[in-house]
Design a protein around this ligand. Structure first.
Ligand SMILES: [Zn+2]
Ligand SMILES: [Zn+2]
Length: 314
């Protein structure tokens, strides 16, 4: 776990919040406001801003940041009130005494799809409360037992699935082209071991400085020349505007790899399961770039678009 202790992000070392002997479990939250994806170097600032806003909230009369932990999109776990401290975030005194509260730096608009690194960080936080904070097995969302949209549909779906560590179970059909990060791994170490170029490995996975990888993260491996195979075409029903499908995330990764990311909501184009108008326009750009596809650039991937998106080298 990448824990950022209170003192490291600029809070007093110990929270003045009330003692919590044990908890039923952990409630997951999101910000519930607009948020944009940002470089990790700006995450500390944002956590400080949350604490300042909570301290300034006269109605709630908070003694500290309300959450026990905050997790950024890069998978770092910021110590909030921390272990054995009663949260202020769950809605009322009874709920605050029942469960810990962990908040994802995820918006209700802008940056709304939790990336795998964030899910791994949330999972780290949950396991931290269980192992060191006497939290029980229960895991839920803020909305469980309280009238709120928090933690938002994409994150709540993950919570209801049992808050699984990404890459641990289920999902992709392309296991042979992936590597699951283990404890002690670094990007350059993995690249060396698998005889790959680390820059290529970073590019395929959309990583930029500081090139951090997380235990449990699944890295897509760069294709090594000819003979690359696309996974089976999932069918047109996987690509419906406004609907989610794992194949959309997969295709998005190829669009990012190939550089077709011009259309986005202002916060950059991110792989995710939702087929949006941006997805469609980026796919249309890709189709226009290929002679095989350019006479029908409708933005909906058929078998040829699917195949080429997976097998073309940049
Ligand atoms: Zn909440
Ligand atoms: Zn971060």
């Amino acid at each position: 776990m990448r824990l950022v202790e209170r003192a490291a992000w600029g809070a007093p070392a110990t929270s003045p919040a009330a003692y919590l002997p044990s908890a039923r479990g952990v409630k997951v939250h999101y910000l519930g406001s607009a948020y944009s994806s940002r470089a990790h170097s700006l995450c500390d600032d944002y956590v400080r801003k949350i604490r300042a806003e909570h301290l300034a909230n006269a109605k709630e009369n908070y003694v500290d940041i309300a959450y026990n932990a905050v997790v950024c999109e890069h998978g770092y776990v910021y110590e909030g009130r921390g272990l054995h401290k009663r949260t202020g975030a769950n809605g009322n005194a009874e709920l605050n005494g029942r469960d810990y509260a962990v908040c994802a730096l995820l918006g209700s608009s802008g940056f709304t799809e939790p990336p795998d690194a964030m899910l791994a960080g949330l999972r780290d936080a949950i396991e931290w409360f269980r192992a060191n904070g006497a939290a029980g097995d229960w895991v839920g969302g803020h909305k469980d037992g309280y009238a709120t949209a928090c933690p938002g549909a994409p994150l709540y779906a993950w919570v209801k699935a049992g808050a699984p560590r990404p890459g641990g179970t289920g999902g992709g059909s392309d296991g042979e082209d992936q590597y699951t990060v283990r404890a002690g791994d670094t990007l350059s170490g993995i690249a060396r071991r698998l005889d790959l170029d680390w820059r290529e490995l970073a590019k395929v996975n959309g990583l930029s400085e500081p090139y951090t990888v997380y235990v449990g993260q699944e890295l897509d491996l760069p294709e090594s020349g000819g003979g690359t195979q696309a996974p089976p075409y999932p069918g047109r029903s996987a690509f419906v505007l406004g609907r989610r499908h794992q194949a959309v995330t997969d295709l998005d990764r190829q669009l990012v790899r190939l550089g077709f990311t011009r259309h986005h909501d202002g916060n950059g184009y991110q792989p995710g399961p939702l087929f949006t108008a941006y997805t469609r326009r980026n796919i249309a750009d890709f189709q226009r770039s290929r002679p095989e596809l350019s006479n029908d650039p409708d933005g909906y991937p058929g078998p040829v678009t699917w195949e080429l998106a997976h097998t073309l080298r940049r």
